[in-house]
Write a new protein. Structure first.
Lengths: 320, 227
């Protein structure tokens, strides 16, 4: 059976090569910082499962230390220039899109086949991880096609990858780091405290205000946690189920589904949802790290109002 | 009830507002929250290490970068621009509205991995949007280019978030179902996913409308916007 562990070994190899090439890159004044950062991530992928929780924690603190001290720099490995790229793009044509499409298509078609045909009964992939594993297979397949077709210099894929990875820098591990923060928040009981506060401000006899506080709580708690999944169980337990469903008799399907979507409006507004909001800003080389969030707030706010209206109208007015 | 752990949230907000390194902010907030909740330092570091390790699958997706980087070396971004320049009537607004629709519909059919920031936005959508904007409005100042790129990423997010819940076999729908079931309200995933449709339509109208308005606004010379 192919498990997630296989993918971690692959990632460990890629990060190790980035670490080694960083170390050898004398044009980057901060090469030791880069090598240490990507090297530690490689260790995490290879050995994370064997290390103790405390050792993993120390590894996390080391990563934070390197990033916090500003020891990460951007590299500039040799590559093609703009005029050269224009010429290549002209010569190679629209076929250039095909390798890029191999990856999502492998993941999507593979997942569909695996779940809806007898293929799934073979137990080839680890349970519930098939899409991610197929993504990894798609990457290898696309890479193979590129190497056979374009015949680049041997180190080119890794060097081009390193250029992009260095331009993203520490933001690359922020999503994983925020998940770790979520773990500590859960341990410290932050969710219960917020649920209690939200539950305490509900006035008597106003369905509409209760709906507003539920939707506001979903958005606000999502902004803090960076993830509507963390907010939902808390707000459902504090207001959604005891007040909206049981006290006022609302439609549970509407309250659940649209309540979650009110939380998604919060996701659009928060740097805590780093993989959607901060990583793309780095990936697109924006000057303002909040450049993506700025464009989303104008959609999130009116959409949140729509969600309040949908819960109130479909969940209560049309339901009873 | 001990309200002190909330101080950790305040630290996060303050740290982000003052633009300290986010990794540093998150680590400090995690340790402070744990200590204020009465855990000892070793337990907090262990919790941090365990959850970081359990979530390695999030960072594994960076293995895509060698492929994207290699294709860029051979002119992928330039190809994406050329493709859009060749389409008559292609404007940035229309292009992004079309991408929004594509992302919502494919996510609603369960294909949420078909797009994404490293996979499609950086190599394809953002360069295409920029090329289309240049085509209609001529040279853009740096501020406008940043906004076009930011809007491309925003469109991917909005399309994904407000499409994926229409597909019934998705984590968030299963989470809602699980929470309601534990309180004695059995719901089917299909019931829940149907109620994601009204919001999806609102999202398409609101964000689509904003995209077209943004395109029109770009056309005006700088400075006129305020008058």
């Amino acid at each position: 059976m192919i498990t997630l562990e296989w993918l971690y070994v692959l990632a460990g190899i890629v990060f190790a090569m980035w670490a080694i090439l960083s170390l050898r890159d004398i044009t980057n004044g901060k090469r030791f910082g880069n090598a240490a950062f990507w090297g530690l991530l490689s260790v995490s992928f290879f050995l994370g499962g064997q290390l103790s929780d405390f050792a993993n924690g120390v590894l996390v603190l080391a990563l934070v230390g390197i990033a916090g001290a500003g020891w990460l720099g951007r590299s500039d490995p040799p590559t093609t220039g703009l005029t050269e790229r224009l010429g290549l793009s002209e010569a190679l044509g629209n076929r250039l899109f095909l390798p890029a499409l191999i990856i999502p298509l492998t993941a999507v078609i593979g997942t569909v086949l695996y779940n809806y045909t007898p293929l799934g009964e073979t137990g080839l992939f680890e349970d519930r991880r098939e899409t991610l594993i197929l993504f990894g297979i798609g990457v290898l397949f696309a890479l193979g096609v590129c190497l056979a077709w374009l015949r680049p210099p041997l180190l080119a894929p890794i060097e081009e990858g390193r250029r992009l990875m260095d331009s993203i820098g520490w933001a690359a591990v922020l999503p994983q780091m925020l998940a770790a923060l979520g773990g500590v928040f859960a341990l410290a009981g932050v969710g219960e405290v917020i649920g209690e506060i939200a539950g305490g401000v509900i006035p008597e006899n106003s369905i509409f205000i209760a709906v507003v506080i539920f939707a506001l709580g979903m958005a606000f708690f999502t902004i803090i946690m960076g993830n509507a999944f963390a907010a939902f169980p808390v707000m459902a337990a504090a207001i959604g189920i005891p007040v909206l469903v049981e006290q006022y008799g609302g439609n549970p399907a509407v309250i659940g589904a649209v309540g979650m979507l009110a939380g998604f409006c919060g996701t659009l507004c928060t740097p805590m949802a780093a993989n959607f909001n901060i990583v793309p800003a780095a990936l697109l080389e924006l000057k303002d790290q909040y450049g993506v969030i700025r464009q989303q707030i104008g959609t999130a706010m009116p959409l949140w109002l729509c969600n309040v209206a949908i819960i109130y109208i479909a969940g209560f007015l049309l339901w009873s | 009830m001990n309200y002190w752990p909330l101080a950790g949230i305040a630290l996060v907000v303050l740290g982000f507002a003052l633009r300290f390194n986010p990794l540093l902010v998150v680590a400090v907030a995690a340790i402070a929250t744990g200590l204020l909740a009465g855990l000892d330092v070793v337990a907090v570091i262990e919790a941090l290490g365990k959850t970081f390790n359990d979530n390695r699958y999030i960072s594994v997706t960076w293995i895509i970068l060698p492929v994207i980087g290699l294709l860029e070396r051979y002119g992928l971004q330039q190809r994406a621009r050329a493709l859009i320049e060749g389409v008559r009537g292609a404007t940035m607004g229309r292009l992004l509205v079309l991408y929004l629709l594509f992302r919502q519909v494919t996510a609603a059919l369960g294909m949420k991995d078909i797009g994404g920031h490293p996979q499609t936005v950086r190599p394809l959508v953002a360069p295409m949007a920029e090329a289309a904007a240049l085509k209609t409005h001529g040279e853009l100042d740096e501020d406008s280019r940043e906004k076009v790129k930011g809007m491309s990423a925003a469109t991917d997010n909005v399309g994904l978030f407000f499409g994926e819940d229409i597909f019934f076999a998705i984590a968030s729908i299963l989470l809602i179902q699980g929470v309601f079931e534990s309180y004695g309200y059995p719901l089917t995933p299909l019931q829940l996913s149907l109620w994601a449709i009204p919001t999806a339509i609102c999202a398409f109208l609101i964000h689509g409308g904003r995209l077209l308005a943004f395109d029109r606004r770009l056309g005006r010379p700088a400075g006129k916007e305020r008058t």
